[in-house]
Design a protein. Structure first.
Length: 403
C-alpha cells in the first residue's frame, strides 16, 4: 500500500483489509486461470504464489481503501519495495519459468514508462534506462546526505534501488522481461461480484451466493494453511469440489444439516418453559438433555437459513404448521383418553408424546425438504414450539402453565 516516501501511520483496518485482499485475490486468480493443475500458496515466496502449467506466478498486491487510489509511478515506494522482494526471491526460483506481477487498485499514468509493464509486446529497454536513472538518483542523493550529515532521503525505496543496481545486467534485463503490472484491479469489496462473473455454469441469480459461500470456505482454508492445520498449497481441484457441494445448497429445496453432531456450549441453558413442559410429564434427565440439545441445534439451523436465505421464512413457517398438525392429532386423542385417569397416568401419557417427538416424529413427519436428512430439526422445532406453548406434552399444559 506504500505509494510515496512517507512515515504515515495507517489505520489498522487498512492493514487488515490488505491481508484479506491477498487471500481473496488468490482465489480469484485460481478461478480465472482455468488450468486444471493450478495451485496457490499465500505468504510463501510472495503475497500470492501460483503454480500453473509448470510456471511460477508471483503476485505482490498493493491494495488501497482510498476513494481515488494512488497511481503506480517510477518514484513510488510500492514499486521499489516490490522489486526488492522479487530480487531476494531470485535464488529461490527458476527465473526462466517465473513471472512477476504487481497488482494495484490504482492506475499507471498513461505517460509513465511503466506502461511498458502492462503489455507483453512493448519494448522494455526505455523503461530499463529510466529505472536505472531513478535508482542511481536515489543512491546519489542519499550519498550526498551522508556527506552533508543530514537525514537520508528515500529511506523506504533505498534497499530496492540498491538491489536493482547491484544485479548483473543480464539478470536485471531477464527479470524486467518477466515483470507485469496489473493496474486498476478490483478492490476487496468488489471481489465477490468479480468472482461471481467467472461462475459461468451457474444460473445468473445463483452466482453471487455461490461466490460468497466459496469465499467463506476459502477464508477458512487460508487460516488453516497459515497455522499449519493443512498443506500450504490449495489446488484448483479443491475449489471445484467445494463449488460442486455449494451448488445444491443454492436452491431452497436443497437444505443441508449444518448442525448435525454439533453440540451446544457446556453452559447453555434453554428457555425455562422447555424445562417446565418436561417437568409436567415427569421427564427424566435423559429426556431433558436430548430436548435441550435438539432445541439448540434447530434454533441455530433456523437462524442460519433465515440469515443466508431470507426467502425461507415462509417455508419454515409452513413446516411449523405441519408439525403442529401432526402433534395435534396425537395430543387430541391423548386428551380424549385421559378421562377417569389418575394424575400420574395422565403425566405418563404426556411423557409418551414427548418421546414421540424424539423417537418417531422425525421418521413419520415428512421432512422440510426432499434433501433433508437431519432428525434434529423435527425434534428441536417441537421444543421451540413448546417454549411458545404452541404445543405441549401434558393434557392440561395450557392451564397448568398459563401463568
Amino acid at each position: 500500500m506504500d505509494v510515496a516516501d512517507s512515515n504515515t501511520v495507517h489505520d489498522a483496518s487498512a492493514a487488515a483489509l490488505g491481508f484479506y485482499y491477498q487471500s481473496q485475490y488468490a482465489l480469484l486468480m485460481l478461478v480465472r486461470l482455468r488450468t486444471d493443475d493450478a495451485a496457490v500458496a499465500i505468504e510463501r515466496l510472495d503475497d500470492v504464489e501460483i503454480e500453473s502449467n509448470g510456471q511460477s506466478l508471483l503476485y505482490q498486491l498493493k491494495h488501497s481503501i482510498q476513494e481515488n487510489p494512488p497511481p503506480v509511478t517510477l518514484t513510488c515506494v510500492a514499486l521499489w519495495k516490490t522489486l526488492k522482494v522479487w530480487i531476494d526471491a531470485i535464488p529461490l526460483v527458476s527465473l526462466a519459468d517465473t513471472r512477476f506481477h504487481l497488482v494495484a487498485v490504482g492506475p499507471v499514468p498513461a505517460d509513465s514508462p511503466l506502461m511498458a509493464l502492462c503489455d507483453e509486446e512493448t519494448d522494455r529497454e526505455p523503461l530499463l534506462r529510466a529505472m536505472l536513472e531513478e535508482a542511481q538518483r536515489v543512491v546519489a542523493e542519499r550519498a550526498d546526505d551522508r556527506v552533508n550529515k543530514v537525514s537520508l532521503r528515500h529511506a523506504a525505496r533505498a534497499k530496492g534501488c540498491e538491489a536493482f543496481l547491484e544485479l548483473e545486467p543480464t539478470i536485471r534485463s531477464s527479470l524486467l522481461k518477466r515483470i507485469f503490472i496489473k493496474p486498476d484491479e478490483v478492490t476487496v469489496g468488489e471481489i465477490p461480484a468479480e468472482l461471481s462473473r467467472h461462475l459461468h455454469l451457474l444460473p445468473k441469480e445463483h452466482r453471487l451466493g455461490a461466490a460468497e459461500s466459496l469465499l467463506a470456505w476459502w477464508d477458512l482454508q487460508v487460516v488453516y494453511t497459515l497455522c499449519g492445520k493443512r498443506n500450504r498449497v490449495v489446488h484448483r481441484s479443491e475449489v471445484e469440489h467445494t463449488l460442486s457441494s455449494i451448488i445444491p445448497q443454492l436452491d431452497e429445496d436443497n437444505l443441508t444439516a449444518d448442525f448435525d453432531l454439533v453440540n451446544h456450549p457446556d453452559d447453555y441453558q434453554a428457555d425455562s418453559m422447555l424445562y417446565r413442559q418436561i417437568a409436567l410429564v415427569g421427564g427424566k434427565p435423559s429426556d431433558t438433555s436430548k430436548a435441550v440439545r435438539e432445541q439448540w441445534r434447530a434454533a441455530h439451523q433456523r437462524s442460519k437459513w433465515i440469515r443466508d436465505k431470507p426467502q425461507l421464512r415462509s417455508k419454515i413457517a409452513k413446516y411449523d404448521d405441519k408439525l403442529k398438525e401432526s402433534w395435534s392429532d396425537i395430543h387430541t386423542r391423548m386428551v380424549e383418553n385421559c378421562e377417569m385417569r389418575s394424575p400420574d397416568e395422565i403425566a405418563s401419557m404426556g411423557l409418551d408424546i414427548l418421546r414421540w417427538t424424539h423417537d418417531l416424529a422425525p421418521k413419520e413427519v415428512e421432512p422440510i425438504s426432499s434433501s433433508w436428512s437431519g432428525h434434529y430439526y423435527v425434534r428441536g422445532t417441537f421444543q421451540l414450539l413448546a417454549i411458545d406453548l404452541t404445543v405441549g406434552w401434558h393434557a392440561q399444559y395450557l392451564t397448568l402453565l398459563k401463568e
